[in-house]
Write a protein that binds this ligand. Sequence first.
Ligand SMILES: [Zn+2]
Length: 259
Amino acid sequence: MALDWCPFAVKRPISSENFSTGRAGQQVKAVVLHIAAGPLSAVFPTFNNPARKASAHFCVGKDGAIEQYVSVNDTAYGNGLAWKDGQWYKTRADGSIVFIQPTWQDIIPRVNPNLYTVSVEHEGQPADKWTDAMYDANNRLLLWLAEQFDLTYTPHRTLIGHYEIDPVDKASCPGPNVEYDRIAADLAALIAARKLTWMPINDQAALYEFAQENDLGYPQTDEFAFTLKNEAYIAQVFNLGIVYVKKDDWGNVKWVKKQ
Ligand SMILES: [Zn+2]
């Protein structure tokens, strides 16, 4: 079960009339990118207005701020469609009905896509280019979502724009400059890196300093221990040698060529 609230987003819960509790048994299978067509500061008041019947789970600001309005385990009203007589449709604010043919090939017939997506708004206008801070924050959020829902990101399959669900009224959401391939590649690298054990480099340590002074290159392992004649040693592998020292004899660091 996913955490309800992202720990590094600003939590701004909205009116319970603007989302549905739970996901009616559906699993999250994609993230939908949106453009807010306005500033970050306008998003919460809009989503908190019961008259609007609109919401998304998150909004990312141009400066990298992240706000969350709805638990990811609940259904936001970000990209919904209804189904009738074998067709998708939506009811516009004026009460008229418009039929929609989504281009997203993984949409589940008859099942409202809000139930199996997480919706992420972005500050600004459709023609804007996202800032690097916005890409960074979006990456951080999508990495967290990947861990919550076991997602990987493929452009236009599990990482989509709103226009792929509603090409009629939302053709420019999130806009033509959003770099889906860049986001997917960034996330693939981040997800792969998360699976490794990261080596904590202690650049204050005696072994590291000795290796740098002696041009032994970069560390290739964390520090590790061994014993000789009941004495404890600490060692670390560098590009050009293994540096080691007897504990409590820090002034007497040695190194040996790798074999
Ligand atoms: Zn949208």
